[in-house]
Write a protein that binds this ligand. Structure first.
Ligand code: ADP
Ligand code: MG
Length: 225
């Protein structure tokens, strides 16, 4: 479902070249829960941003579901993200002025193919799944870190994306809340065959992953598939 060919991302910092990704070939199947691991600065976030169509590679190709994403126009990419991809970041990235319910419903409201009654029902169902139905009217500031991340996950999956991308979603959480997030990922992977690509640098997270893609200095050192 995801395949890359000789992916490179080079940042030019003055006259210094940073090879954030240096010839990456990976293959991820539908329904896999894959961990991207490696030391700080090894290119994990850069890879996730490329795969999630949030940034463009310097060279190389990315195929998602057979579509060569580099051939999409900006508008097509936006639609591809809205209809096929979901994202979770370490800082939650919720809209502080909106309630839990509104934050989760937001991506569904943007879709032309979702009626109001449909996205309301989807939102309530997902809030039940993450155990935050009773907090639906609360604002971000009234929630704990773990609750905020659960809301962010609900928002990421409300449109039932083909692929869920998460960049160190547990980075700001304690062990108990990290487990809660990982168990939630495990559950949606099992129950909905949700493909998940998650960046982590915590060694103990690896017990949750089907496979680990290991990066070092922008290169795959293990598990590219
Ligand atoms: N926008 C940027 N401009 C310049 N260098 C960057 C930028 N983003 C990342 N880098 C560099 O690319 C390398 C990989 O970064 P990153 O993908 O964030 O690593 P990781 O997520 O594994 O910690 C690092 O050397 C980082 O400093
Ligand atoms: Mg990173």
């Amino acid at each position: 479902m995801i395949r890359t060919e000789n992916l490179r991302k080079i940042y030019q910092m003055g006259n210094v070249e940073v090879r954030a990704l240096d010839g990456v070939d990976i293959h991820i199947e539908k329904g896999e829960f894959v961990g991207i691991m490696g030391p700080s600065g090894s290119g994990k976030s850069t890879l996730l941003h490329m795969l999630g169509l949030l940034d463009i590679p310097t060279s190389g190709r990315i195929f998602i579901d057979g579509t060569e994403t580099g051939r999409l126009t900006d508008y097509q990419k936006t639609m591809f993200r809205l209809y096929k991809l979901g994202y979770v970041f370490q800082d939650y990235a919720l809209v502080p002025e909106l309630t839990v319910m509104e934050n989760v419903a937001l991506p569904a409201m943007l879709r032309a193919d979702r009626t109001e009654s449909q996205y309301r029902a989807d939102t309530v169902e997902i809030l039940g799944k993450i155990g935050l139905c009773d907090r639906r009217g609360h604002l971000q500031g009234e929630l704990s870190g773990g609750q905020q991340q659960r809301v962010a996950i609900a928002r990421a999956i409300v449109n039932k994306p083909d692929i869920l991308f998460a960049d160190e979603p547990c980075a700001n959480l304690d062990t108990e809340n990290s487990r809660m997030v990982l168990n939630l990922f495990h559950e949606i992977n099992e129950q909905m065959q949700q493909t998940i690509v998650m960046v982590s640098h915590e060694d103990w997270h690896k017990e949750y992953f089907h496979r680990i893609i290991r990066l070092r200095d922008g290169k795959i050192v293990d598990g590219g598939g």
